[in-house]
Every structure is written in C-alpha cells, then in structure tokens.
Write a protein of this length. Structure first.
Length: 68
C-alpha cells in the first residue's frame, strides 16, 4: 500500500509563505534557508494540504508516494 505525502522542491521555492498561511500544521518557512519545508506530512487532512499545494505560485509542492 502506498501513502502519499507533500514534498517541497527547495530549488524553486520563492519563500512566499502561502503554504504556511494555508496549512501551518504541515508547512513552515525555515528561518535559516528562507524556504518552505514540510514539518508534519500528515498534520492536516489531504484536502487542506492540497489547498496549500494549489496556492504555490511556482508549483513547488507536489505529492510523493511512499510504499510501505
């Protein structure tokens, strides 16, 4: 069975903070890098995480699958 989780492409992140504003339980702007990072991949329902993904202006966040 595969589980999906959000992943941020650090190379294209603009540090806009949209994902953190929409879903702070999952996303956080790293103070050292200024880039968004996933702090709790299952910290919110998938629809809220998808809303955060949809708010990324550079499309830097995607779903990845982890096989168990």
């Amino acid at each position: 069975m595969a589980t999906k989780f959000p992943k941020v492409d650090q190379d294209c992140c603009l540090s806009c903070g949209n994902c953190e504003a929409v879903c702070p339980e999952v996303f956080h702007l790293n103070e050292d890098t200024g880039k968004s990072e996933v702090i709790n991949p299952q910290g919110a329902p998938e629809d809220r995480i998808q809303d955060a993904i949809d708010q990324c202006p550079e499309l830097c966040i995607s779903w990845e699958e982890e096989k168990r």
